[in-house]
Design a protein around this ligand. Structure first.
Ligand SMILES: *Cc1c(COP(=O)(O)O)cnc(C)c1O
Length: 353
């Protein structure tokens, strides 16, 4: 059934293996992040088969369905769900004492030890404690029963687009040293970010003392995320989207009549490029964001989309186009997130042999 999101698990496993080979010699462990594929069990399995031992996701529903492994909740927990957090995740990322107390109560009630990374905001302004708040919070947390402070983490290049570098990651390493020196925590995990830290790693500039990365996009899309550069030796086509042609017509490139608003309240602008061979695919904004689609066939351009229709210009596509024919697209992170989340998109996992 189209639209179809095809995930090549052999390629995904290869990417995970390649990243492990890059990170392991530097003493850096990898937590495999599955959230962009909604924690699909097959994806978790492929990461585990590659040699990753810890799976991380931002949502409890996803952690619940992932195969048995050490699991990490990436989004700061909602304290009202503390019982589920300690049940489904061995680790969570935290910055609030209120939540840590709730996790402590839940862990004690469940007879468990719950491990936490204290998140430090190094300037990207998403989650995390300000650096000077870390030691004071750690002092309050170390004695909470059922809670083990396993280390520190930082998240960059997410909200503010701030790049990881020796300076900001150096602060994380220093704070970990300080926690050890004060006897507050061993900090067995010092987690220096997500796929955006790979550029630094490749340049050999990752500060000593960072011993973990949480990687999603690089495993699944084969790219680092500071400039979306393809990583050498990795597949960038693990995920492709396919959709079927439902109309092929020669039409002008300029709409006819007075232009008001489109289906989404925008006033569109058009350039006259003559008559086009226009194609409609049965896929739309309810399935994917069209701006993030990259046609895999030559001579195909995405013109736009409404909720259920994707318009292509195939004027220079070298072959005839027929109704029922299928076109394929690569996806950026946003498009993949939308497609994997849309219930209208069929997911197909190509198993490794
Ligand atoms: C999503 C997420 C990651 C993974 O990011 P990628 O860019 O996909 O590698 C890592 N850490 C946290 C806290 C996240 O929310």
């Amino acid at each position: 059934m189209y639209p179809l999101l095809r995930i090549d698990l052999a390629k995904l496993r290869h990417n995970a293996q390649a990243l492990l080979q890059l990170a392991s010699p530097l003493g850096i462990s990898i937590w495999g992040v599955t959230k962009v594929l909604c924690g699909a069990p097959a994806v978790g399995k492929a990461m585990l088969a590659a040699g990753i031992t810890t799976l991380a996701d931002s949502r409890l529903e996803n952690l619940q369905q992932l195969p048995a492994a050490e699991k990490v909740l990436l989004r700061l927990p909602d304290p009202s769900q503390a019982d589920f957090v300690v049940h489904y995740a061995g680790w969570s990322l935290n910055s609030e004492l209120t939540t840590l107390k709730a996790l402590s109560r839940a862990a004690v009630a469940a007879g468990k030890q719950h491990k936490v990374l204290l998140m430090v905001d190094l300037g990207d302004l998403r989650e995390g404690l300000w650096p000077d708040e870390v030691i004071p919070l750690a002092r309050q947390v170390v004695d909470l029963p059922g809670i083990h402070v396993g280390g520190l983490g930082a998240n960059l290049t997410c909200y503010g687009g701030v790049l990881p570098g020796p300076d900001n990651l150096g602060i994380l390493v220093e704070l970990a040293h300080e926690l050890r020196r004060l006897g507050l925590a061993e900090c067995e995990v010092v987690s220096g970010g997500n796929s955006s830290t790979l550029e630094l790693l490749q340049q050999g500039k990752i500060p000593k003392g960072i011993n973990n990365l949480r990687l999603g996009e690089s495993i699944i899309l084969g790219r680092e995320t500071t400039a979306r550069r393809a990583l050498p030796g990795l597949y960038t086509d693990v995920a492709i989207l396919q959709a079927a042609v439902i109309e092929v017509k020669e039409k002008p490139s300029l709409p006819i009549g007075t232009i008001g608003q489109d289906a989404f309240g925008n006033t569109p602008m058009f350039i006259d490029s003559g008559t086009q061979r226009r194609v409609i695919l049965a896929v739309g904004r309810q399935d994917v964001n069209p701006e993030g689609l990259v046609p895999l066939e030559p001579g195909v351009a995405v013109l736009g989309a409404s909720s259920d229709h994707l318009l292509l210009d195939t004027t220079v596509y070298p072959e005839p186009v027929n109704v029922g024919q299928v076109f394929s697209f690569g996806l950026d992170y946003g498009a993949l997130l939308a497609a994997s989340t849309s219930p209208y998109v069929t997911k197909q996992f190509l198993r490794p042999n």
